[in-house]
Design a protein around this ligand. Structure first.
Ligand code: BDP
Length: 696
């Protein structure tokens, strides 16, 4: 009941629902060929027992009563010959089909895939249908993932702290690995497999070279062994200067043959430990990390050197485009594009450039990154942040399916209309076959894995959107609710809108109207619009909001930094005129006077206040909705969410009051009538101290 079982808590369904299913699921025909099959079979048996209170009998041939038939053309050759086998052509290596049919005149439900991995995915999906109370007499699902590599990125350090982690410590107990294999590793793999995730980067992008030493490779190999039958590959973040730190070389210049040789040998060594190792993730020349530019080489030189080492083993390099330099006077939002766009076409075939969803840094709302659509000759992968670094950590309920899908649905117009970011990521826009997506994990040692019970939904939603970037955020939220809380219609009817509105509430009380990066210094907890005079201008809030007596916002049009010039003309047109720019992005692209007239007729100042106050009211609304669910969800989870919503409400008030008072010094305008005045003067908020903030 602690939430440990995530969306895989197959507790008993209401009798009427279960009775309907029982008839169709009396027998299980599932020939097992390998460990993955046996996992899938065990999952089905245990879950059906839990859901229906009935374990199907294992059989060798379809029965007169309802049989659940599960397998691949290898394990069920006769089935591939039936009409249902036609669907196999559309499933690829990882897809599956779930179909209700009749075999020899008897009702059957068939989970069919080309591989055991597909079978495992199909088994979990089938159980999800049952959890959702779906009619299984008419199922006809054929699906395959649109993105090939679907990864979690763990920002986990070797000392078990997690950078920007709010759910306890790292799941990887490095000290006791490889000797002790915590059963939780299996549960982790299982959770990921159930949502189609097929890769995991174990260590922080701010990488420690030790990760590449033999003792740690042995530990990583133990994890890889546990994850393998669940279809999950292990990847590692590589520290670019490792040849110096580990190899004793004088430099890490990618064109130095000795450096190349060192990597070739290191990679060969890794594959001896982990024969199906996925490859490297690299953060280079970013926020102080070493990289090829230390030697006057380009990102392509660096990435290609590692790609050459990995290529003989079929490994990939995920090279991050999250780069910016404070020596560079240009708008930080422009720097990744400036550096990477000219390198289009220069990367090896096994390099993927990993681009954050927006050009700054995982803000509550950002326009899509201008690199999407701008590098047609290079596979680009999406990096989302599942952990809520900038969205209230693990105290705030913010369903991120909406954030992810807002970016994925954004139209780049790179090849005319409908050139969505999703189509860049799934490769269909540019014809890339190497496709990938990453989510910075929100998991940790917290009993419920993610800290906030609703943060589980963000892990879940990420997996679903990685499988199908076109999937609908509301459908996913509803699916998660049903699998987590059951099928009570009034509960779903109340909680679905709550989830769908939750991220917008955070935007409203933190950074409305396109504001960004106003969070507390370094830890990013709580409001900090006053942050200035730090070692880097682009780490301060004043750099981003530019508030002064004349107005507020970052002018990114041609009269300002012209970051807008990095987008296609259609996108530019949408944003360049403040009169027509959507309110959501107004102050991202424009610096406007406080009395600017909004489309609503209000002044900018009034609207800004309206968002801050509205955000707090939305949280109060969420509290009321949740309170009405008392008795309908497990009491421990109910209380936890209830308490956390109360904390969120206090935090939202803090954000509102701090920001409104701070900006008021410049606007010189009153807080609109009827709105409650902040409880304290601005100095009070400016001097609040938050000690021991997690995740730094
Ligand atoms: C920022 C985080 C920082 C990460 C960095 C990155 O504040 O901790 O190291 O991104 O993605 O969001 O490399």
């Amino acid at each position: 009941q602690s939430g440990y079982r995530l969306w895989l808590d197959f507790k008993s369904l209401p009798t009427e629902t279960a009775d309907g299913y029982k008839q169709r699921l009396t027998a299980l025909l599932f020939p097992v060929a390998n460990q993955t099959d046996s996992i899938a079979k065990q999952e089905l048996l245990t879950a059906l027992d839990g859901l229906l209170g009935q374990r199907p009998t294992s059989v060798d041939t379809p029965q007169k009563t309802g049989t659940l038939i599960v397998g691949t053309p290898a394990t069920l050759p006769w089935l591939a010959g039936e009409a249902i086998g036609e669907h196999l052509d559309h499933m690829g290596e990882e897809g599956y089909g779930i179909h209700s049919t009749t075999i020899n005149g008897s009702p059957a439900t068939v989970i069919l895939a080309n591989t055991s991995k597909g079978v495992l995915y199909g088994a979990y999906a089938f159980l999800g249908l049952l959890q959702g109370g779906e009619d299984i007499t008419q199922v006809a699902i054929t699906t395959r993932p649109k993105v090939t590599l679907r990864l979690l990125n763990h920002w986990d350090n070797l000392d078990r702290t997690v950078e920007r982690g709010y759910a306890g410590f790292s799941l990887w107990d490095w000290h006791r690995l490889p000797g002790y294999r915590d059963p939780r590793y299996t549960d982790y793999a299982r959770a990921n497999a159930s949502i189609g995730i097929n890769g995991t980067v174990l260590n922080n992008v701010n990488a420690n070279a030790l990760m590449l030493t033999a003792p740690y490779l042995e530990k990583a190999a133990a994890l890889a062994d546990i994850f393998r039958p669940y279809g999950i590959k292990v990847y590692l973040s590589a520290r670019f200067s490792a040849p110096i730190e580990l190899g004793g070389l004088a430099d890490a210049d990618p064109l130095n043959p000795k450096v190349q040789q060192w990597w070739n040998e290191k990679v060969a060594e890794i594959y001896r430990y982990i024969p199906d190792f996925g490859g490297f993730l690299v953060k280079a020349n970013s926020e102080g990390q070493p990289g090829p530019q230390n030697y006057g080489r380009s990102h392509a030189d660096g990435a290609n050197m590692l790609a050459d080492a990995l290529e003989p083993h079929n490994g990939v390099v995920m090279w991050r485009a999250f780069v910016y330099d404070d020596k560079e006077p240009d708008d930080r939002a422009k720097q990744a594009y400036n550096e990477f766009k000219p390198l289009d076409g220069q990367f090896r075939g096994n390099v993927i450039v990993q681009v954050k969803n927006g050009a700054i840094d995982f803000q509550p709302r950002e326009p899509f990154h201008p690199l999407f659509g701008a590098m047609p000759q290079t596979p680009l992968m999406m990096e989302f942040q599942i952990t809520q670094e900038y969205l209230g950590f693990a105290t705030n309920l913010a369903y991120l399916g909406t954030l992810f899908s807002e970016t994925l649905q954004a139209d780049t117009y790179a090849d005319g209309p409908q050139s969505t970011v999703a189509r860049v990521v799934d490769g269909s826009l540019t014809g890339q076959s190497l496709t990938a997506i990453a989510g910075v994990a929100n998991t940790g040692t917290a009993t419920n894995w993610t800290g906030h019970p609703f943060a589980q939904a963000n892990w879940f939603a990420y997996g679903q959107l990685a499988w199908d970037p076109e999937a609908d955020a509301a459908t996913i939220a509803e699916d998660w609710l049903r699998r987590t809380f059951g099928n009570d219609a009034s509960l779903i009817g109340a909680l679905l809108p709550l989830m769908m509105q939750s991220r917008e509430a955070v935007v409203n009380y933190m950074t409305p109207l396109g504001l960004h990066h106003l969070m507390g210094w370094s830890h990013h907890y709580g409001p900090g619009p006053w942050i200035k005079d730090k070692q880097r201008a682009d780490w301060t809030s004043v750099y981003y909001h530019q508030a002064d007596k004349d107005g507020i916002g970052f002018d990114r049009t041609a009269s300002g930094s012209n970051a807008l010039g990095q987008y296609t003309p259609e996108v530019r047109k949408r944003f360049e005129d403040p009169q027509t720019c959507p309110d959501e992005y107004l102050l991202w692209f424009h610096h406007l006077p406080w009395d600017f007239r909004m489309k609503s007729g209000e002044t900018l100042w009034e609207t800004l206040c309206g968002h801050y106050y509205g955000g707090v009211a939305e949280v109060a609304g969420m509290q009321a909705v949740w309170e009405a669910q008392r008795g309908k969800v497990d009491s421990t989870v109910f209380q936890e969410v209830s308490d956390l919503l109360a904390v969120q409400h206090e935090e939202a008030i803090l954000w509102r009051d701090a920001c409104v008072l701070y900006f008021q010094q410049f606007s010189g305008m009153p807080i609109p009538e009827g709105l409650e005045q902040p409880a304290h003067p601005l100095e009070y908020y400016e001097h609040l101290q938050f000690h021991f903030v997690p995740g730094i």
